[in-house]
Design a protein around this ligand. Structure first.
Ligand code: CO
Length: 141
């Protein structure tokens, strides 16, 4: 497989609305998307555009959300994962599995509408890595 571009940095937050205000007023972010729900993944998501990548703000959808546990340990929120693009998610999963890495679950549709998987932090120097298949057109789908 070939490592593609950094698509986004995932940031957990107890409040997307508050985080959006912080990015807008303190960092001068001008291009901020509308928040949307991904109930199947237990999260609400909002993308903040930087010139070369995006910040994915992630808020728990409900108490069962995987993000709820993260916020219990990090009440103010914090960096949760980084996401790299790959041209073919199934080829990437096959390569990683053959090389002993732990792929968390089957490929599923992510926030950009293309298939994603997460890789276990123990294989990645303590970082949770998301791989997403590159959108067919445009940088951000
Ligand atoms: Co993500």
């Amino acid at each position: 497989m070939n490592l593609g571009r950094l698509n986004h940095v995932g940031v957990a937050t107890p409040s997307i609305a508050k985080s959006v205000e912080t990015y807008r007023t303190l960092l001068g972010a001008a291009a901020i998307g509308e928040p949307f729900d991904l109930p199947a993944q237990g999260v609400k998501v909002c993308f903040v555009d930087a010139p070369n990548t995006q910040i994915e703000l992630i808020e728990p959808y409900d108490d069962a959300s995987p993000i709820a546990g993260f916020l219990k340990k990090n009440p103010a929120g914090g960096q949760h994962h980084v996401c790299f693009e790959v041209p073919d998610i199934h080829a990437a999963v096959a390569h990683l599995t053959a090389n002993g890495a732990t792929v968390l679950g089957e490929p599923r549709i992510g926030a950009h509408g293309t298939p994603i998987v997460f890789l276990h932090p123990r294989d990645m120097g303590g970082m949770l890595i998301e791989l997403m298949e590159s959108p067919a057109e445009g940088r951000h789908g």
